[in-house]
Design a protein around this ligand. Structure first.
Ligand code: SF4
Length: 440
């Protein structure tokens, strides 16, 4: 019997030597030693190792079984082979873009989707729900507030959540809020359009009549005409597109990579305008670095003649974050100075309002889940995953704990997966939990 596993799963083969080098859902890579795979097949399906051949045909993974009697039917074999790989591969998964270890978060992973700033669902008490399906970015912006990209010095781990789990948990939160003007905003410590299941995720949200806006944040680089058309057909409402300079060299400097092509991004902006998807251009003003560039972006945006139910230009203020990258010689400006600058630009360009508030996007307060812990509380958690951040201390790093269906981020931890540890909660804002380990 011969089975083409790639026809039944999202697994492709890069190479086979003494290991199977596999790609899953385009975004992840994983390995399994050939011998181990055969041993696991023998143990689980009772097939002699010498009767199993593992073949690469183009990118397809073929399993050929010969000289065996009493083989299970083909469908059962496919299911069993898929289970073997899905149990083994998470041990070796890597993000193809960043080359970091990748944690695949499924409903069975034991990792809740609320409580972490890195992934899952973030509810800041309004009708807007932030949905973060993955981490990892293909740019290396020198100002990145979350030190993303493959040149990152501080991010150790990436995460990718399955669509059914993410949709199920989001629906529960929407039901709890009890309103029907929800905006789902897909963003993250990532480039969200790298999520290999983005169309599927948007399509699932689109089915829910309580959701009236689905928006995404993107740097635009992975987008192309065909993909925009696809997102339009599925019913994406708005794309928030980051553009920080129209000057090719400056744009590459601000993206941290020579692969950034601002002409491509300008084309993308035009293609979005010609679709039914609304466009919000969202530049970051970095005082002293891209002042003139922001003015060119305002003119560029005005010339696009965007028709939208939302604001079309949302200039952001540059802020420095503890765990982010900083442009050392740049000084931040306070909110008052930022507002003055926006007013100056409004007058100079006789343009639409640049100083925006949540209400410009239809955002209003809406109830949130109660917080299961309060600051200062001592609780016991089970360690369910590696965190993202390293530690200055040897043999320590951030770990993620779980309790009461929340993730708790624990810095400088020595704990291992499945350990139960005592922690003291240090922060609870927006149902995002931080804690430190306590030793009795
Ligand atoms: S595009 Fe965003 S997430 Fe990616 S490196 Fe730049 S600022 Fe960071």
């Amino acid at each position: 019997m011969q089975i083409n596993l790639s026809n039944h799963t999202k697994i492709k083969v890069k190479a086979i030597n003494d290991q199977l080098h596999l790609t899953l859902s385009e975004m992840m890579t994983g390995n399994i030693p050939k011998k181990t795979f055969k041993k696991l097949i023998k143990k689980r399906i009772r097939i002699s190792e010498k009767n199993i051949q593992i073949i690469k045909n183009a990118e397809d993974l073929i399993i050929k079984i010969e000289n065996e009697t009493n083989l299970p039917v083909k469908n059962v074999l496919i299911k069993e082979l898929s289970i073997i790989l899905s149990e083994y591969l998470p041990l070796t998964l890597k993000n193809k873009i960043t080359n970091r270890k990748l944690i695949h978060i499924t409903k069975d992973s034991g990792i809740p989707l609320m409580g972490s700033i890195y992934f899952g669902i973030i509810d800041r008490g309004t009708n807007l729900i932030q949905v973060r399906p993955l981490t990892g970015c293909l740019l290396n912006c020198p100002f990145c507030s979350v030190d993303e990209g493959k040149l990152s010095k501080t991010r150790l781990t990436d995460y990718l959540i399955t669509v059914p789990y993410l949709v199920e948990e989001t629906r529960k939160l929407i039901a709890y809020k009890g309103i029907s003007d929800i905006e789902i905003h897909i963003d993250g410590q990532s480039e969200p359009t790298l999520y290999p299941h983005l169309p599927e995720l948007i399509a699932e949200f689109k089915k829910d009549s309580r959701i009236n806006v689905i928006s995404i944040q993107t740097n635009g680089l992975p987008l192309n005409y065909k993909y925009i058309k696809k997102l339009e057909q599925i019913g994406l409402t708005r794309i928030n597109l980051s553009i920080n300079s129209l000057n090719p060299k400056k744009a590459q400097y601000l993206a941290g990579t020579s692969s950034y092509d601002i002409d491509h991004i300008k084309q993308i902006a035009k293609q979005i305008v010609s679709s039914s998807i609304d466009l919000l251009i969202s530049p970051l003003w970095i005082p002293g670095i891209n002042d003139e560039d922001i003015e060119e972006i305002i003119s560029f945006t005005n010339n696009l003649k965007i028709e939208s139910d939302f604001p079309i230009l949302g200039i952001q203020n540059y802020l420095k974050y503890k765990f982010g990258r900083k442009i050392s010689h740049v000084k931040m400006v306070n909110m008052k100075r930022f507002q003055e600058k926006l007013r100056e630009w409004e007058e100079k360009f006789e343009t639409h309002p640049l100083f925006l508030s949540k209400t410009d996007f239809g955002i209003h307060p809406a109830k949130s889940y109660p917080k299961p812990f309060r600051k200062g509380e001592k609780i016991e958690v089970e360690i369910v995953s590696l965190g993202r951040l390293p530690s200055k201390h040897e043999n320590k790093q951030e770990m993620l704990g779980s309790a009461k269906n929340r993730v708790i981020q624990i810095m400088n931890s020595t704990a291992k997966i499945k350990n139960r540890v005592n922690v003291k909660i240090t922060k609870t804002k927006d149902n995002i939990f931080y804690a430190r380990e306590i030793y009795n």
